[in-house]
Design a protein around this ligand. Sequence first.
Ligand code: SDX
Length: 427
Amino acid sequence: MGDQVKLSAGGADYDYAVLKGSVGPDVVDIRKLYAQTGMFTFDPGFTSTASCESALTYIDGDEGVLLHRGYPIGQLAENSSFMEVSYLLLNGELPSKDELEKFEFTISRHTMLHEQLRTFYTGFRRDAHPMSIMCGVVGALSAFYHDSTDISDPEHRTISSHRLIAKMPTIAAMAFKYAVGQPFLYPDNDLSYTGNFLRMTFGVPAEEYEVIPEVEKAMDRIFILHADHEQNASTSTVRLAGSSGANPFACIAAGIACLWGPAHGGANEAALNMLKEIGTPDKIPHYIERAKDKNDPFRLMGFGHRVYKNYDPRATVMQKTVREVFDALKVNDPLFETALRLEELALNDPYFIEKKLFPNVDFYSGIILSAIGFPTSMFTALFALARTVGWVAQWNEMISDPGQKIGRPRQLYTGPTQRDYVPLDKR
Ligand code: SDX
């Protein structure tokens, strides 16, 4: 008999099995709790709840560790590519040279959108937020790909996964082009996944677009840093949508909607807007005091994390990448100095130390994306582009589990108990 925990309730004792993973906290298997005790657990925000079993990504928030299929994010960011990390997340192992070439070829052959999807863009206002376009167009993909929505068919799941990973750069680039009133560019399969995205975004029909290798590498690394992150809010949304049997395009559209929130993926846009509002380092103390003021809703965007109570390892890589991009583009941005000073002051402030608030993945990303030429409104769309591989990998893992059930949490009901209807003339 493995480890057990004992719960005493209503004069009776109940034993629940302790399940162990390969690393990380053990879990108490409470699946029989309600049937045996008539009670639910209560965990709004799921701070102490494991929603599933997964072999994809492991985070140790106290040690600042992030592993994808066992490989540390720092090593992947330094040595791998987004396509290779995508293959790793989907298949569980690093690809051979041939496997990687075949995967990249397959993805490159799904980068085009159905021509009719181009008309979806003209239905949006030019100043529509790119994330509203991403939600709409990705959700609409299911209207065009009926041949790959049978989720019980592994082949369909694979094709849909490849289509989603491949088309996100095209959809995101088109959202940018539509906003600036420039013509859409078709994908160029002679370029890398990331180079193709940069060209579709910043290229124009009138001239040859030259991909700058250092920018391509920095963008690819940013995609790696955003690929997957365990059971975060948007991934949990994708899993919950998928648990009802919804098609993968609808599930990813649900994930995009959740990611948009400023407490989640929308923080990269909010963090740069915050740095712009702060402006110069001399204004920082005022904003730090506001962030600490319980009566002020202002928070330091790009700071804090539900899991990381130590440095977010992605922020470390991101900060290093800022200087590489500045050097490659021979640019500077005074907001970087403001960000560095803000981090230094916050990390020495008792409030942030006590609450273990460190910069997260969103704190520096906006400075790099802005230097590359993206408007702030595109930042979360880029996060969604990269996180799509994590969402589809987590969705595949769930759908392939024969024991998976529809997600259906319960509640602590605090509303009125039963009462009789009162006719209008008696109220
Ligand atoms: C992402 O989950 C993931 O893995 C997400 C993500 C991924 O890759 O998928 O990593 C991506 O979403 C990163 C997080 C981006 N969000 C932000 O940068 C927005 C700013 N951060 C916060 O809103 C907050 O830190 C959260 C939402 C990220 C985490 O919130 P928690 O875990 O629910 O923590 P909390 O809100 O309960 O905060 C704990 C305390 C509170 O104070 P008390 O009520 O205990 O007195 O810390 C304070 C908060 O007020 N606090 C902050 C703060 N973040 C938390 N105070 C000032 N500034 C902040 N940024």
